[in-house]
Design a protein around this ligand. Structure first.
Ligand SMILES: Cc1cc2nc3c(=O)[nH]c(=O)nc-3n(C[C@H](O)[C@H](O)[C@H](O)COP(=O)(O)O)c2cc1C
Length: 185
């Protein structure tokens, strides 16, 4: 059984990873993490999450799509940098949340997906694998939806996630607890 102190360490120690070792970790461990992720709380038991596990071909097409966006807004050099950066990511997946046609249920579904993401990231972290949650401009493109095979009318994008063995683990900070706690009598 995991000791509370270890859990606190895990929660504090997980970081969003920007740079990864080149070798992919494979989808088996990701599928294990997805199996754990789906035990997240989800109101009405909607299980609103859909995980799109992307292969190299799709990941490369997404990198090209992102580079194309940069080419039109920032120029050729930015496009090249974007492509180089994204094509160096060893593993990619996309998570979507099912739209319910009801604002409250949509929000609950998205919230449940965010809980699932945290489950997944923590599981992978304790296996030595880092994740980065991204919601950059490419994730709002129809071309991206087409490549992933998701229907933006029926699903809301939660994120495009990168995963792999961290090359470096960034440091982070948080505000003091007193700053975020409001005590009421
Ligand atoms: C909904 C959501 C969207 C995010 N999108 C991005 C993103 O597009 N690009 C990025 O660099 N980080 C993104 N992040 C990661 C956050 O920047 C990161 O969690 C934050 O800097 C805190 O770092 P930590 O996760 O290491 O504690 C996103 C995080 C969340 C929760």
């Amino acid at each position: 059984m995991i000791e509370p102190v270890d859990l606190a360490e895990l929660l504090r120690g997980r970081r969003s990873v920007n740079f990864f070792q080149p070798e992919p970790v494979g989808t088996e461990v990701l599928l294990e993490a997805i199996e754990v992720a789906r035990w997240a709380p989800n109101h009405r038991l909607t299980e609103p999450w859909r995980f799109y596990v992307l292969g190299d071909e799709t990941a490369d097409a997404i990198a090209r799509c992102a580079a194309e966006l940069d080419r039109s807004t920032k120029g050729e050099r930015a496009a090249q940098l974007r492509y180089n950066r994204m094509s160096a990511i060893p593993g990619n997946f996309v998570l979507t949340s099912r739209r319910a046609g009801d604002e409250i249920v949509d929000l609950e579904n998205y919230a449940a997906c965010c809980c699932a993401v945290q489950n997944l990231m923590l599981y992978l972290w304790q296996r030595g694998i880092g994740v980065k949650w991204t919601t950059g401009p490419v994730t709002r493109e129809q071309g991206f939806y087409d490549l992933v095979g998701m229907d933006p009318e029926a699903e809301r994008l939660v994120g495009l996630f990168w995963y792999g063995i961290p090359k470096a683990v960034p440091t982070q900070k948080r505000r003091a607890v007193e700053e975020i706690v409001i005590r009421k009598p």
